[in-house]
Ligand binder design. Structure first.
Ligand SMILES: NC(=O)CC[C@H](N)C(=O)O
Length: 389
């Protein structure tokens, strides 16, 4: 597609590197951390994943925008990522589910897009600099104050120490009652609720809640700041800790006491995903650290250390659990085959476990869906014990 002669969007990295291209979506300027995502499908799910709060996403897959946007693929009510950077100008949608173009969808929801960028060069910069701070600006006039943009990027504080879960969590508790299955074809599912699950929403993706419902959970979602008393008052069969944005150590200020309270005062199975995994690790006494450029994609190989099986996973994280700090009684269960970083843990003596990746996929492969079954099985086993409940 021919490029407009005058660029209408600009991405300024804090080191002064500039990328110009064609703006789409909303106009304006935003500052954020910049990451790249290698998934070949699912840009709408990625943009609406609440874990991307405070971040702009560069898509390494070159064709983005070609299936438009639709009301079914949202992982949250609105896009949460601050903006997106793509190689080509988004094309008109060509898909039977599309109800609007990517550009119109972003514009209505106040999110900025930049197209026509050499995303391979940009991705190399992200790898070398380690998730740089950026200012992204879309202005149809094409008049950019470059120095001001670079200064804005430099002034951005970054995600370390930032609790963003409180910004994306639900305002009040609710029951998940959508009658849609996480895996419409080819995967076993339960039609009747068998277990009561309390899910703490740090920025939960919808397909996680669907996945819990698919294995027979009646899911009550509580806001991020729920206490152990709030959780235990609902007498759950299992507790779930969701994914979410920001620094786990910051969110842990209120999440860790809740998790500790639940662990100390009950024997309910507990399952965590991504931010939930990191906060469970913190509650057990381990440490989390910021990664260089993180893991964001749908092609990350992970080894299950207990079965020896490799699963291809969906990932989106910029912090990681330092496995060297896992205390006695906590077993590392999964590792990344890309860089050996921790991808899962469990308590040796009770059904409390978590993974760094996204078994609900959306987008991504469904290799790890067995983890939801494992959670359901743990709840069923506890229910069979005479002392349970
Ligand atoms: N997907 C997630 O839950 C992300 C967790 C955390 N915000 C991180 O970046 O590591």
């Amino acid at each position: 597609m021919p490029q407009s002669p005058r660029p209408t969007a600009c991405l300024a990295l804090a080191d002064g590197t500039l990328f110009f291209g064609k703006g789409f979506g909303a106009t304006g300027t935003t500052v954020a951390e910049l990451v790249f995502n290698t998934a070949m499908t699912g840009y709408q799910e990625i943009m609406t994943d609440p874990s991307y709060a405070g971040q702009v996403v560069t898509f390494t897959f070159p064709h983005v925008g070609n299936v438009g946007a639709n009301p079914e693929d949202d992982e949250a009510a609105d896009p949460v990522a601050e903006g997106m950077v793509v190689k080509w100008d988004p094309t008109e949608p060509s898909n039977w589910r599309a109800t609007e173009s990517l550009s119109a969808w972003l514009q209505k929801r106040g999110r900025i897009g930049l197209g026509g960028v050499d995303t391979r060069r940009l991705t190399r910069a992200i790898r070398q600099q380690g998730a740089p701070h950026v200012a992204l600006s879309h202005d149809p006039s094409g008049n950019f104050d470059i120095e001001a943009l670079v200064a804005k990027a430099r002034a951005f504080r970054g995600l370390v120490g930032l609790d963003l879960a409180k910004d994306v969590t639900c305002a009040q508790s609710y029951r998940w009652d959508e009658m849609r299955w996480a895996w419409p074809q080819g995967y076993a599912r339960q039609e009747q609720p068998l277990h009561r699950v309390v899910a703490i929403d740090y920025g939960a993706k919808r397909n996680i809640l669907r996945s819990l419902a698919s294995v027979g959970a009646e899911v009550t979602v509580l806001p991020a700041t729920a206490t152990a008393e709030d959780v235990l008052a609902l007498n759950p069969d299992g507790v779930f800790l969701s994914n979410g944005p920001g620094d786990p150590a910051a969110t842990g200020a209120y999440a860790v006491p809740m998790i500790r309270g639940v662990l100390d005062r009950s024997d309910v199975p507990l399952f965590g995903i991504c931010l939930g995994h990191q906060m469970l690790a913190l509650a057990l006494g381990a440490r989390t650290v910021k990664m260089n450029h993180g893991h964001h994609g749908a092609n990350h190989p992970v080894k299950d250390l207990e079965t020896g099986k490799v699963e291809i996973t969906s990932m989106n994280h910029g912090f990681t659990v330092d496995s060297q700090t896992l205390p006695v009684g906590v077993k590392e269960t999964h590792v990344s085959l890309f860089d050996g970083s921790n991808c899962g843990l469990r308590l040796v003596d009770r059904p409390v476990f978590s993974v760094q990746y996204h078994p609900e996929a959306s987008p991504g492969p469904q290799d790890s869906a067995y983890l939801f079954d494992r959670f359901a099985q743990a709840m069923a086993e506890r229910g069979r014990r005479p002392s349970a409940g």
